[in-house]
Design a binder for this molecule. Structure first.
Ligand SMILES: [Zn+2]
Ligand SMILES: [Zn+2]
Length: 335
């Protein structure tokens, strides 16, 4: 059974014989979901902790970095294990066995999760994204210790020769080790203070955006992820992505069109025989869809084309039979 929000990903992974196993934590309990459907636990407000990438059932790649402020929910329809009768042709089978639609008459079911959250940022705090702080402290520590050793030795030696360089190296190294902790604490005030203040300001801006824009958070994040999934999974060499953090949100109007711009820090996983991943900042620009949206109910949604009456696949923009444009699923369309 393929859910509307998973269609693009599933198609992509099946064609490459890749399974992605994602480990979630919900209140300290471990759950997993696999893109090949081998195990799909229901998740409510879970955080991602690990992703394993399998090629032909062999583990090939692992990702560990996720943001614990971003939560996911995937609650499937209880009916998925029960028999379902196609309202169009009367065929009965377990909903689980349908591949997004009736295998006999081709009616699209447009399945949606009973409850879903494709990744919303729920909390704000001052977590630092890069872990370079310790390294920066160590470098500052070493530079200063070596410089002081150099000054002392230069001023106390009558001649300055190769032995003095050796001394500078030894004293500098010992001093660096001894004073590392001091630098670590001092840098916490000097370096971390401004970063914390900057983070607080960014968080306030994000909270402001949600208050002023009038958008519903989960609906917008689901819309965001649906569009970003479609964008990435339609790229030939991309097989997965994760939002590591949302950095900023902006909304504005140009002429009569409303836009939302989201800046996010993302990890994109590529596959071209081998797996590799890449972190980057990216700005996603969305335009509000003024033609109206198709609203999906929980579970099975059978919808008819307004022109010819054929059943429609809401992940497409046109009717398969008569080519009429159909209402789009999302309010915000990625530009
Ligand atoms: Zn049917
Ligand atoms: Zn039609």
């Amino acid at each position: 059974m393929v859910y509307v929000s998973d269609v693009f990903h599933k198609k992509k992974l099946d064609s490459k014989k890749i399974n992605i196993k994602t480990i979630y934590l919900v209140d300290g309990i471990r759950y997993e979901r696999n893109t090949d459907g081998s195990k799909d636990d229901n998740i409510t407000n879970g955080i991602r902790v690990k992703k394993e990438y399998y090629l032909n059932n062999e583990l090939k790649h692992t990702e560990h970095e996720f943001d614990t402020r971003i939560e996911y929910s995937f609650v499937e329809n209880e009916n998925s294990n029960k028999n379902y009768t196609c309202p169009n042709c009367g065929m009965t089978a377990k909903l689980k066995e349908f591949n997004g639609g009736c295998p006999y008459c081709g009616t699209y079911y447009n399945l949606d999760y009973k409850d879903k959250d494709l990744g919303s940022k729920k909390y704000y705090d001052r977590v630092l994204r890069n872990k370079s702080y310790r390294l920066i402290s160590a470098i500052i520590d070493a530079i200063i210790c070596f410089l002081i050793s150099f000054i002392i030795i230069k001023n106390t030696s009558r001649t300055f020769n190769i032995n003095d360089f050796y001394k500078i190296f030894v004293f500098g190294s010992i001093a660096s080790l001894l004073f590392y902790y001091v630098f670590y604490i001092v840098d916490a005030y000097v370096i971390l203070g401004p970063i914390k203040r900057y983070k607080d300001k960014q968080n306030e801006l994000q909270k402001d955006f949600w208050k002023k824009s009038g958008l519903d958070k989960v609906t917008f994040f689901n819309n965001f992820n649906y569009e970003v999934r479609k964008y990435y999974y339609n790229k030939e060499d991309v097989i997965d992505y994760d939002i590591i953090d949302f950095d900023s949100f902006k909304d504005y109007t140009i002429k009569d069109d409303r836009y939302v711009e989201v800046e996010a820090y993302i990890r994109v996983v590529y596959f071209d025989g081998d797996f590799r991943s890449n972190f980057k900042k990216k700005i996603f620009r969305f335009k509000q869809n003024k033609n109206g949206t198709t609203k999906l109910g929980k579970g099975t949604n059978i919808m008819m084309c307004h022109n010819c009456g054929a059943s429609i696949d809401v992940t497409k923009s046109k009717c398969d039979y008569c080519d009429s444009e159909i209402k789009y699923l999302q309010e915000w369309i990625l530009q």
